[in-house]
Design a protein around this ligand. Structure first.
Ligand code: GSH
Length: 215
């Protein structure tokens, strides 16, 4: 049985899992649910994902939600140790990976999703964007990217000189960041040259190109 992902082809969170599935060459099936019909809020869906968020995974009867946890599971199960995750026996590399994973979740995902809520999701739900709020989140994210640039001036990737899944976790927001005018996603940036170099490298992965092409 192939891995089943219950979500939506346009959902940023699902893309995170799809990138890792593609990196690992794991065959999978994306079962498309409807945002419009609120499939993810139905009692049937909530029995699998109690927070009513897409996606969740079913790997031959083993179910899991939270995309970063799913990605870690897939890497451990399907041969990603030493490519997407450092071996656990390498205590320092594992600690650096954990640091990078925390940075992504707390210093990137947090302000980006706040900004996305303000400028993307609020209008979709008939709510009004508050420009001052949007600007405040943008400024917050810019400050976080200054720190990213400092980190990436020292190492090739976030957890050191080897790529890990913590780097790839950023990619789903690429088009949103481009739309919001963050130039590091376009390959060059005067304020964040190291981030731009890093982004260019991770965004050129065939895994990501395949995910974009299928969305
Ligand atoms: N932390 C969760 C976030 C999942 C998430 O927020 N998914 C979005 C789609 S990209 C969703 O289902 N939003 C609908 C909602 O929260 O009601 C994960 O990584 O799995």
């Amino acid at each position: 049985m192939v891995v089943k992902l219950y979500g939506h082809p346009l959902a940023t969170s699902g893309h995170r899992v799809q990138i890792v599935l593609e990196e690992l060459n794991v065959p999978y099936e994306l079962i498309t649910l409807s945002f419009e019909k609120q499939d993810h809020k139905s009692p049937e869906y909530l029995a699998h994902q109690p927070f009513g968020q897409m996606p969740y995974m079913d790997d031959d009867g083993f179910e899991l939600f939270e995309t970063r946890a799913i990605c870690r599971y897939l890497a451990v199960k399907y041969g990603g140790i030493g490519t997407l995750l450092p071996p656990q026996s390498d205590v320092e590399a594992t600690a650096r990976f954990e640091q990078a994973a925390s940075v992504e979740l707390n210093n990137f995902e947090a302000p980006v999703s706040q900004l996305a809520w303000e400028v993307w999701y609020k209008p979709m739900r008939g709510l009004k964007t508050i420009p001052e709020e949007a600007q405040a989140y943008k400024t917050k994210l810019e400050g976080r990217m200054d720190a990213y640039d400092a980190m990436l001036s020292k190492t090739k990737f976030l957890a050191g000189d080897d790529l890990t899944m913590a780097d790839l976790f950023h990619l789903p927001y690429e088009s949103f960041l481009k739309e919001q005018g963050f130039d590091f996603v376009s390959g060059e940036s005067t304020r964040w040259p190291n981030v731009a170099r890093w982004w260019k490298e991770i965004a050129s992965r065939p895994s990501w190109k395949k995910v974009i092409a299928s969305s």
